[in-house]
Design a protein around this ligand. Structure first.
Ligand code: ADP
Ligand code: MG
Length: 237
């Protein structure tokens, strides 16, 4: 399906992949990154991106298998994200914690983009070895960024640390050492801010040990914890 849509400034959409979005006129924002006419945003199958028209725009959307494109009447960037991004700005190292699928990767990218838009060089360190956003699975990836990016699709892999498994269990030392080394590397390469995304492993003793010693080793300036509003199943991290 190929559609051309007219968007008025300030309107919002959710685009589920597989899809390709291409502004023909105007500027849209995806996770805080401006996307101008002629640029492409690829949304992988099963993933979704929020889109806001920064000005009156015309976009072309190509939808493949599983695609869903719909206009919404609320801002898909939660107010809490905006506040957390404001509060975290000026911090050198930010760690993002939370369960699977709560928006850790989305917030990490949004925060990096907001800092880059303030003129900072930002780095994303991605120790989520099972659902890697930066680099291949089984490795911790690091991307140093000077330009805002709408998706993880084509992020550079500036450096990586090999862990060798898709779960941190049994590999806590390489997880902590690798994350610390990549944070230090990003800082030595001139990153003014380093944002560490983490695995969604937050329940139980192993998860507790991993997070605790990661925090001890890295000493982030800010920890952003994301929780689903309806997450009331009595479980506690
Ligand atoms: N603000 C948002 N608006 C719409 N979709 C979002 C938003 N944040 C994340 N998503 C989408 O929801 C899904 C889960 O979010 P993700 O950031 O990958 O979670 P996590 O990293 O915690 O597992 C992904 O498809 C992602 O693109
Ligand atoms: Mg993630």
């Amino acid at each position: 399906m190929l559609k051309t849509l007219e968007l008025t400034a300030g309107s919002h959409m959710l685009v589920k992949g597989l899809a390709r979005i291409r502004p023909l006129r105007g500027v849209v924002e995806v996770f805080g990154a401006p996307v101008k006419a002629g640029a492409n945003v690829v949304v992988p199958r099963g993933r979704q991106v929020p889109l806001t028209a920064a000005e009156d725009s015309q976009i072309e959307v190509y939808g493949g298998e599983g695609a869903d494109v719909r206009e919404i009447d609320y801002d898909p960037i939660p107010e809490d994200w905006r506040r957390a991004a404001e509060e975290a700005s000026g911090s050198k190292v930010v760690m993002v914690l939370g369960d699977v699928d709560v928006g850790k990767s989305g917030f990490t990218l949004y925060l990096a983009n907001m800092l880059i838009r303030k003129g900072l060089r930002a780095a994303i360190v991605d120790p989520d070895i099972g659902q890697s956003d930066v680099g291949p699975p089984c490795t911790i990836g690091m991307a140093l960024l000077d330009e805002p990016r709408p998706t993880y699709w084509d992020l550079p892999l500036t450096d990586a640390y090999f862990v060798g498994d898709k779960t941190p269990t049994g590999h806590l030392l390489p997880m902590v050492v690798g994350t610390k080394r990549l944070v230090d590397k990003a800082v030595s390469m001139g990153a003014a801010a380093v944002i560490i995304n983490t695995t969604g492993m937050v329940y139980g003793g192993v998860a507790y040990a991993l997070k605790r010693y990661k925090v001890e080793a890295i000493r982030p300036d800010v920890i952003v914890a994301i929780q689903r509003v309806q997450d009331n199943q009595g479980r506690s991290p």
